[in-house]
Design a protein around this ligand. Structure first.
Ligand code: NAD
Length: 290
């Protein structure tokens, strides 16, 4: 396929490189970065998009996505697909989908999980919203860049799935970290805590696969001095998006709200910026209730 790829940062560059390796013709554009190997450099977002079967965007936020969409949608062929893989707010995703429809372009929101490791290895999971016809066209590309793509329904539903998942993840991380600190204070060894919880009803992906306690459970960022992994800043971004959506939809999400506020403090007022999101555990250590 002829593919335009806009936004070649930590995630976009390896995704574009994987598509190029499989023989797709890629025209890439990034505001500041150069294109990765195998990708032809376009002079602008519009140039990358012109004549493409599929245009992929991998951008920082909804405002930037809307600005780029305004540039590319008018030059795209009728029936071509705009595949946005960025994590953005649900309203921006739905707005961009409406604009695409006005221009005769098929649109998908397809945020990913799996991080930069998954982008490089081609093992991302895509959560996809938008028309089935577009999903079918994009499916071979999902198969190259990822290991799973779930069609979640109408436009915006991919973003909805992503922020609901990450709200559960953020809340679970905090619950697991505070439980480890309570266990410490009660004199329960961390390896015993792990042995019990990972095989009891408190088990979770956080405890079993990404344990925030160093030296316990499988290898995780905790064993690498909390280098990310998944940075607390990115968790904060996703928790803010989930709270924006909850506000707009009038959904009562008290735990999500608490998690967003704790990660905000951790990233903005404490030492959480640039650390893995599991560094909540050392944050809780040494604190009392007051
Ligand atoms: P990044 O900042 O490394 O890359 C974004 C790129 O977009 C940058 O290179 C920037 O120069 C470019 N850009 C910005 N405005 C542009 C414009 N107008 N035209 C062209 N290029 C422009 O970010 P990233 O880590 O690659 O993340 C991209 C998206 O993926 C974000 O929405 C993020 O939330 C999401 N995401 C990231 C991860 C991760 O682990 N990094 C995991 C899952 C999802």
């Amino acid at each position: 396929m002829k593919i335009g790829f806009i936004g070649l940062g930590n995630m976009g560059a390896p995704m574009a490189a994987n598509l190029a390796k499989e023989g797709h013709e890629i025209n890439g554009f990034d505001l500041v970065l150069d294109v990765p190997e195998g990708v032809q450099k376009a002079a602008s977002a519009a140039e990358a998009a012109r004549g493409a079967d599929v245009v992929i965007t991998m951008l920082p936020n909804g405002d930037i996505l809307k600005a780029v969409a305004a540039e590319i949608l008018p030059v795209m062929e009728s029936g071509a697909v705009h595949l946005d893989c960025s994590t953005v707010d649900v309203d921006s995703a739905r707005f961009v989908a409406q604009e695409a429809e006005k221009n005769g372009v098929l649109s998908l929101d397809a945020p990913v999980s799996g991080g930069t490791g998954g982008a490089m290895a081609g093992t991302l999971t895509f959560m996809v919203g938008g028309p089935s016809q577009a999903f079918d066209i994009a499916k071979p590309l999902f198969d190259i860049m990822g290991q799973k793509a779930v069609h979640c329904g109408a436009s915006g539903n991919g973003q909805a799935a992503k922020i609901c998942n990450n709200m559960i993840l953020g809340v679970t991380m905090i619950a697991t970290c505070e439980a480890f600190v309570l266990a410490d204070k009660l004199g329960l060894a961390r390896d015993k805590m792990f042995d019990v919880v990972s095989t009891s009803s408190g088990y979770s992906w956080v405890m079993n696969a990404y344990c925030p306690a160093p030296g316990v459970g499988p290898k995780s960022p905790a064993d690498n001095d909390y280098q990310p992994g998944f940075a607390a800043d990115l968790m904060l971004k996703d928790l803010k998006l989930s709270q924006m959506a909850a506000q707009a939809a009038d959904a009562d999400t008290p735990m999500g709200q608490q998690a967003a506020e704790l990660y905000r403090k951790f990233v903005e007022d404490e030492d959480g910026k640039g650390r893995d999101f599991s560094a909540m555990l050392p944050r809780f250590e040494g604190r009392g209730r007051g």
